[in-house]
Unconditional design. Structure first.
Length: 139
């Protein structure tokens, strides 16, 4: 088990703040989207450390690794998608809601890159991050 690292939490906070500021007004922090990359690197570092320790202790399993990832990622993902649909139902025009509904379907199946071909969204990065953490590179 990795001990708590306040420096990593500080980097996470800066990453999240930079993205929030960018979304509030991109003129305030034009490169604020870099926070997503910082978060990606931090996450890869932590996951790689966990995998390395489990391998060294002889208890690493791909099945258990993905089971933990699924338990951690899917519940909040589906909650966000559900609330997005609920809000969209009341706030969007029918054509816009249809597009939102389609994006939710694709996102819930981790196929966002099929729906948003020119957008690098977090749902596109998750499979890449998993491969990087396991193989140490993008195969």
């Amino acid at each position: 088990m990795m001990k708590y690292r306040s420096d990593i939490d500080g980097l996470r906070a800066l990453a999240v703040l930079s993205v929030l500021i960018f979304h509030l007004n991109s003129d305030w922090l034009p490169g604020g989207f870099i926070g997503v990359d910082v978060f990606f690197v931090i996450s890869g570092f932590l996951i790689s450390h966990i995998i390395k320790n489990e391998v060294m202790q002889g208890r690493f399993s791909f099945f258990d690794f993905y089971k933990r990832r699924i338990r951690r990622i899917l519940p909040p993902l589906y909650i966000v998608l559900l609330f997005s649909l609920l809000a969209g139902f009341f706030l969007l025009l029918p054509e816009d809601f249809d597009r939102l509904f389609s994006s939710v379907l694709y996102s819930s199946a981790f196929l966002a890159n099929q729906f948003f071909p020119k957008t690098v969204a977090i749902l596109i990065l998750l499979p890449m991050k998993s491969r990087y953490c396991i193989f140490g590179r993008f195969p």
